[in-house]
Design a protein around this ligand. Structure first.
Ligand code: SF4
Length: 217
């Protein structure tokens, strides 16, 4: 939804629409050069439809438990309730605390899941925690990767002045196989600190974040 947070209602709204993408839901803590911690919260549904009486595209945050039960997939049409994320700094979603789900129609099972993009049913959140993410070019995330189960856009909290000042932004990541031919890291990312030059995350932290894969792709 394009409305500013201050314009959003602070009460439960109704939404309905078709799911265009399902991605894991996470937030990232960054501190200077060598700290990038990904916290996995559940899943984001990217929906085209109507929310709070307005038509458009919006993101609904759901929990791992809700996803395990309802098995959301691209093409499903759902309706439900949720609350605006007006002050939720660790979510990129427009709405969270979703409930009252009702499936209005379900998409067919994928018969040809070969990717990229990979569009099988999303695995549980533990799989994302185990794989770990690499930085993904933001343009790729928006275009070729948007429907991919391994794509992610996270809220990022930067420890700008330790314990006193934080800064917030959004970044894009990929949890998919290292062999994916669509992958590109994009430009290195600056991590600012108040009294020094910014640190540069040029990809070496991706190796740390994915080291638990071992020899797996
Ligand atoms: S680069 Fe990552 S997100 Fe994009 S298609 Fe490949 S696995 Fe999916």
């Amino acid at each position: 939804m394009n409305s500013e947070p201050s314009q959003q209602p602070s009460f439960r709204i109704r939404w309905q629409g078709q799911i265009e993408a399902v991605q894991c839901r996470a937030w990232v803590w960054r501190y200077k050069m060598d700290n990038r911690t990904h916290h996995h919260l559940g899943f984001n549904l990217f929906v085209k439809g109507e929310a709070d009486g307005r038509e458009g595209r919006f993101i609904v945050a759901v929990s791992d438990t809700q996803h395990t039960k309802l098995q959301f997939r691209i093409g499903d049409v759902f309706k439900g309730t949720a609350w605006p994320c007006s002050k939720a700094k660790h979510d990129i979603a427009d709405y969270h605390r979703a409930g009252g789900f009702k499936a209005l129609s379900r998409a067919d099972q994928q018969t040809d899941p070969a990717g990229p993009p990979f569009t099988e049913l999303m695995p549980p959140i533990e799989v994302f925690q185990r794989c770990g993410p690499r930085m993904l070019d933001a343009k790729l995330w928006r275009k070729q990767c948007f429907a991919c189960m391994w794509a992610n856009k996270s809220a990022v909290e930067i420890e700008y002045k330790f314990g006193k000042v934080k800064r917030y932004r959004k970044e894009t990541f990929c949890y998919g196989p290292r062999s994916c031919l669509s992958y590109d890291m994009g430009p290195p990312r600056e991590v600012q600190y108040f009294d020094t030059f910014p640190s540069i995350d040029d990809g070496w932290m991706d190796d740390l974040c994915t080291e638990q894969r071992g020899d797996e792709d």
